[in-house]
Design a protein around this ligand. Sequence first.
Ligand SMILES: [Ca+2]
Ligand SMILES: [Ca+2]
Length: 235
Amino acid sequence: MNRLTWIPRYPMHRKMLALVIMVTLVMMVSFLGALGARRENLGTPIVWDVNGHAYEVVDQHLSWPSARDFAASQLLMGVPGHLATITSAEENDFVVSVINAFESSQGVQHNLLWLGGEQIPHNAPNPAEDWTWITGELWSYTNWAPGEPNDAAGGEYYLAVYGSGNPNSSKGTWNDDFLGEGNTGFIIEWSPARPADITGPDGVPDGCVDAFDLGALLAAWCSVAGGNPCGTCFP
Ligand SMILES: [Ca+2]
Ligand SMILES: [Ca+2]
């Protein structure tokens, strides 16, 4: 009787072969699963070392809601993205540097790129009021282009930042924009959870999560009744 030559003759060896096949299948399924979760857009996110967040320009013409959903579907080390939120002049400068890097490497000039700002409710009477960040961060810093926000076309409920491709507006300034506008892309930000910057050597947050923050955390932990699971505090 013919016999498949790759099948071991002895039961123990057959069990080992079955184990190897099973492990291989599990690894293949895991690998394919990882591929399915990979980021679909090309390019390399750039990390801002001030907050540890990563940013990337996506060169796709999508409506603001579609860009929002696309960003949320993009995982970076297991963290879903969101349309970028800009809460300081320093972050705006960094986002401009990300735009610059993308435009120079790809040889393109973007007109407008969606950000994660939306005016809610949409029928707000004042174009400058009721703006919110998609992440729930405090809306405080703004960098509107001159004359913006103006709701010029009506329905300008969505936030966009100018790239190099608009001759009338400075790169990095903002525009309230409508769904039908010719936005040429959007910016994704990944905001992984990280320990809070509680304090610095002078007692105020210093933009760095370091030993000062750990010390403040431990001090607060011991000072809160019942906060120390060991029931004692270090002197
Ligand atoms: Ca942000
Ligand atoms: Ca506008």
